[in-house]
Write a protein that binds this ligand. Structure first.
Ligand SMILES: O=P(O)(O)OC[C@H]1O[C@H](OP(=O)(O)OP(=O)(O)O)[C@H](O)[C@@H]1O
Ligand SMILES: Nc1nc2[nH]cnc2c(=O)[nH]1
Length: 188
């Protein structure tokens, strides 16, 4: 699939799945079952986190509920516009709940720091973040992310939910794109 478009495989399907299971154990140890705040509420950030969210929720040995929010700051470019837009808001009130934001990637950190501010203002009992991937620039942002799948180099990656111009999300692994794909698009 996508013959010739992928320059290198950064994380194989097996590596991703093994790490997701480890993260699930870590998360379960942080949230006691039967807490007065009810089941842990996973807030998946669409569209990129879709596969991470579904794999993680099924690997978690504790009951969870799911909400989704769609935000966009990239459009069809490979760098953040810096302007975060809500494309779909949560369906439910999160006041008093234990909320875990499920992100696919933290790159500039703009999306996450905006999300943290936005969701904190809705008075959850607790608000934490798990991200599958983190890039070097994200380390400089003010948001504390305690659960990280992989620290990756500063390269534009696709697959396992991550797209370039809406393509490649359906790859089961994470890889880098051959420059020929975005040359001429003005995206990089
Ligand atoms: O740390 P940042 O530089 O803000 O980048 C991270 C965000 O960028 C991607 O979303 P995108 O806006 O591309 O939307 P998508 O998930 O629908 O592809 C990704 O899913 C993160 O949410
Ligand atoms: N597909 C994709 N989306 C991103 N959003 C922020 N960084 C990235 C990246 O490296 N790849």
């Amino acid at each position: 699939m996508y013959e010739g478009d992928i320059a290198s495989v950064l994380l194989t399907e097996d590596e991703i799945q093994a790490r997701v299971k480890e993260l699930a154990v870590e998360i379960a140890s942080r949230y006691p079952v039967g807490s007065p705040q009810g089941d842990l509420l996973l807030v998946g950030v669409l569209k990129g986190a879709i596969f991470f969210m579904t794999d993680l929720s099924r690997a978690l040995p504790i009951p969870t509920q799911m909400e989704f929010m769609a935000v966009s700051s990239y459009g069809s470019s490979t760098s953040s516009s810096g302007v975060v837009r809500i494309l779909k808001d949560l369906d439910k009130d999160i006041a008093g709940r234990n909320v875990l934001i499920v992100e696919d990637i933290i790159d500039s950190g703009l999306t996450l720091s905006w999300l943290m501010r936005n969701l904190s203002s809705r008075d959850p009992a607790s608000l934490q973040v798990v991200t599958l991937l983190r890039k070097p620039d994200a380390v400089r942002t003010d948001v504390e992310v305690s659960m990280i799948g992989f620290d990756i180099p500063n390269e534009f990656v696709v697959g396992y939910g991550l797209d370039y111009a809406e393509r490649y999300r359906d790859l089961p692994y994470i890889g880098t794109l051959d420059p020929k794909v975005y040359e001429g698009d003005g995206g990089m």
